[in-house]
Design a protein around this ligand. Structure first.
Ligand SMILES: Cc1cc2nc3c(=O)[nH]c(=O)nc-3n(C[C@H](O)[C@H](O)[C@H](O)COP(=O)(O)O)c2cc1C
Length: 315
């Protein structure tokens, strides 16, 4: 067997993999001696319909590995969009990951959680060696499908699914005229459809300009939050504010420091002069985008628009 190609930068490799959006699962098991394991994992995937097989991969350094090796069963809990705290809880090594987590014991006593989008209860089928991970294949013995919107992981940050708006601004005249047609149809009169279209259009524009400014979404989010967070802010509060797991906060922190935008650590941080300038550049992008899009509304129309949006947010 040839050794792994380490010619390229592992950080860059991980970042490139982050373009592939995934769901997030917590994979659980209970060993015959009663020890419980739970690992946040986005490596879950389907394998076969007949027999019904799924897989995920576990880092060989995981303290939970011997529990998965000793267990006859494991369960894959697919997290729902409001379960990022569960994801964070099972993403870091700690003595008792289950201390504050309600669960039921499923097949082989593998823990299953309430409120998930779905779960798969599996018999352990095969362990396949895959570099520094073990690929664990499970044969599905039972599953639950609640169909709740899932928690999504994309470029190191928690995200959510919104339906694709189907028609987007385009330089192709045919696509553009289809889009105009849609906006004058009954669907184009529906406020929720319009809100999704609007969010999509402005988000895409913003991300493009943000990348031009040399910033990834996770880096901008962290810079923004750290600027307003006091040094007393706990890691859990930061995780919630930026909607990123701890390891990605560390990664974004590393990048911001490398770019000379930030000094110190998570709890004792300071934006450098260049950091303040970058933040101002990002706010300028947001402001000019808002001015460009809403150039034809006067102040009172803008106030009504804001009122309507706040109503929708808190409804
Ligand atoms: C979004 C996300 C996805 C992850 N996916 C995996 C994975 O597929 N496999 C894995 O071994 N670790 C994965 N991890 C890291 C583990 O959750 C983490 O290293 C582990 O829970 C540490 O505790 P342990 O030593 O008890 O395993 C992921 C972490 C996050 C935040």
């Amino acid at each position: 067997m040839t050794s792994a190609n380490t010619d390229f930068d592992t950080r860059a490799f991980r970042r490139a993999l982050g373009n592939f959006a995934t769901g997030i699962t917590v994979v659980t098991a209970t060993a015959p001696d009663g020890r419980k394991a739970g690992v946040t994992a986005n490596s879950f995937n389907s394998v076969s319909m007949d027999p019904p097989l799924i897989l995920w991969s576990i880092d060989k350094r995981s303290s939970a590995l011997d529990i998965f090796k000793a267990s006859s069963h494991f369960a894959v809990n697919i997290l729902a969009s409001d379960q990022s705290d569960l994801s964070n809880n099972f993403a870091k090594p700690q003595d008792d990951k289950y201390a504050n987590v309600e669960h039921l014991d499923g097949l082989g006593n593998a823990p299953i959680f309430e409120g998930v989008s779905g779960y798969f209860e599996c018999e352990t089928y095969e362990f396949v060696e895959g570099g520094d991970h073990w690929i664990i294949i499970g044969k599905v013995a039972n599953f639950m499908d609640a169909g709740k919107p899932p928690l999504v992981y994309h470029q190191g940050a928690y995200s959510m699914v919104i339906p694709h708006p189907r028609f987007q601004k385009s330089s192709d005249p045919e696509a553009e005229s289809q889009s105009a047609c849609m906006l004058s149809s009954p669907l184009g009169d529906n406020l929720f459809y319009l809100m999704i279209q609007a969010v999509n259009a402005s988000h895409n524009n913003f991300v493009k300009q943000q990348l031009n400014a040399g910033m990834r979404n996770s880096e901008s989010r962290l810079l923004l939050v750290l600027d307003s967070a006091g040094s007393q802010t706990t890691t859990a509060e930061l995780q919630r504010a930026v909607a990123m797991p701890a390891r990605e906060i560390e990664e974004a922190m590393h990048n911001l420091k490398n770019k000379g935008l930030l000094k110190g650590d998570l709890h004792q941080h300071e934006l450098t002069g260049a950091g303040h300038e970058k933040l101002k550049e990002l706010w300028d992008i947001v402001r000019s985008e808002q001015e460009r899009v809403f150039a034809n509304l006067n102040d009172s129309e803008l106030e009504i628009f804001k009122k309507a949006l706040r109503m929708a947010v808190s409804a």
